[in-house]
Write a protein that binds this ligand. Sequence first.
Ligand code: BG6
Length: 480
Amino acid sequence: MDSMSFTLFGATGDLAKRKIYPALFNLYMDKKLPTIFSIIGVGKEKMSEKEFQSMVIESLYEFSRHSTNDKALKLEFVQSISYISLDLTNKSSYSLLLQYVKQKELEKGINENRIFYLSVPPAFFEVITTNIKNSGLGHTKGWKRVIIEKPFGHDLASATHLNNMVKQAFFEDEIFRMDHYLGKPMVQNLETLISANPVLQSIWNNKLIANVQITASETVGVGGRAAYYEQAGAIRDMVQNHMLQLVLMSALRMSEKDSVVSLRNEKIKLMEAIQRIHTEKDIIRGQYRHLKTGDTTYTNGYLEEPGVNPSSTTDTFVAARLFINTPSWKGVPFFIRTGKRLARKETKIVVEFKNIRNETKAVEERRPNLLVITIQPDEGVSLHLNSKNPLTGEIEPIDVHFSSSNREIPEAYEYLLADAIKGNADFFTHWDEVELAWKWIQPVLEAFDNNQIPLHLYESGTNGPEASDQLLKKDGFHWW
Ligand code: BG6
C-alpha cells in the first residue's frame, strides 16, 4: 500500500473517538494500513501532542474491538498520530497545516499521498475544501482523496451547492461520501448473497417476490443531538441515505459476470427507477411520546427532550411504500420503516415470497416463505420454509438459519476506511446517487414542512404508529 498522510478534521469530536480512531487502530492491528503513515488530527481545542495521544488511547480502550491487553501496541500506534490546533475558518490556518503535513511527510518519507477526512458539521465543508485547494494542500505529487461524512446537504439545492464546492477542489473519483450503512458487513454481503447463489438469483424478481420489508429501528431517543435532529428528522437522518441505500442494495441483481466496478452504476440505475412517491397514501410520519406508567416517567417524549421546540413537528419515525420501475421489480412494494425509541435495536430485510396456493386465505393463515437478512445486531440469514410436522401432520414453518454473531466481525468504519485508503469507492455514494436521492425525497420534505402529512404520535417502546401497519394492510400484508 502507498504511504500516506491522513488528516482528520474534527479530531477531538465524538465520531473520531467512537469510530475513526478505533477503526484505524483495528486496521493497524490487522496489517491493513500502509507500513508508513501519518495521522494528523486537526481540532480547535488547544492540547499538547501527549494529551491528544492519551485521548486517542482512551478512545481505543473504550471502543476498539481488539483486546485491552495490548497497551504496547496502542502506544506504538499513537506514535504515528500528531495534533495541530487550528481555527478552520481562518485562511492562514491552512498554510500552517500545509507546512505541518509536509514536515511529517518529510520525516517519515511519505510520498505526498493525502487523505482528508471531514468529520465536522456540514457548515465547515465549504471552507475546508476551498482552503485545501487554495493553500496548496491539494497539490500533491501523489494522490489525494476526501472523505465526507453525512449529512451531505439539507435538501436538493444545498446538496448541489455543497457538491459544486467540493468539486472545485476534488474530482468525483477523489470524493468518498460516507454512508456507514454501506460498510456494514451484511450490507456488503447482500450483493454476493444474491449473485453467488443461482438459487436466490433466479427468484429475485417480481414473479416470485410479494414484497420486501426493510426495518431499521432504534431504542435510543434523540439524546443530545436536538439541534441537528430538529432540522433533519428521520427523513433526512435515515431515509434519504441509509434506508434508500438498503433498498438499492436489496434490489441489486448483478450476475457473477458483472464486475464490481459497475455496482455503483447499477445502483444509480435503480435509484432512477424508484417511482415518485404519492405522499398522502404512501408515507407515514410519527413522533415518539413519553413512556409513562402511573406517576413514573421512563423516557421523555420527543417534545420534552432538551433543546427540542415544545411544539415541534419533527418526525422521529417514517414508514413508506415505494416501487422500483424496472422489469424485475415492477409491482413489488418495498416497505421501509425507521424510527427512534422503538421496541428494539434492529436492522433487517425481510423478503416475502408469493404463495400462490394460499393467496385466498386470510393474512394470518398464509405461510409465505420468508428470507430474513439481519444486518444488526446479530448478523444472520434465515429462510422460513413450510414443512410437515411428522407428529401432527400439520404444515408448520421451519427455519434454516445461518448466523455469524460469534465471529469477531470488523465494524463498518473499518471496511470503509480500508477501501478509501486503497482508493476503492464501490461502497461510497456517487454524486449521481445522492442527487437522485435528494430529488426523490424533495416532494416528501416539502409535504412534511407544510404539514400536509399527518403526524402520528407513538408511545416509546412500541413498533411505531398504528398507521404504519395500515400502510401494509391495504396491500394485504403485515410487517414481519
Ligand atoms: C446515523 C444517524 O447516521 O445512524 C443516527 O445520524 C442513527 O441518528 C445512526 O442513530 C444509526 O446507525 P447504526 O449503525 O447504529 O444503526
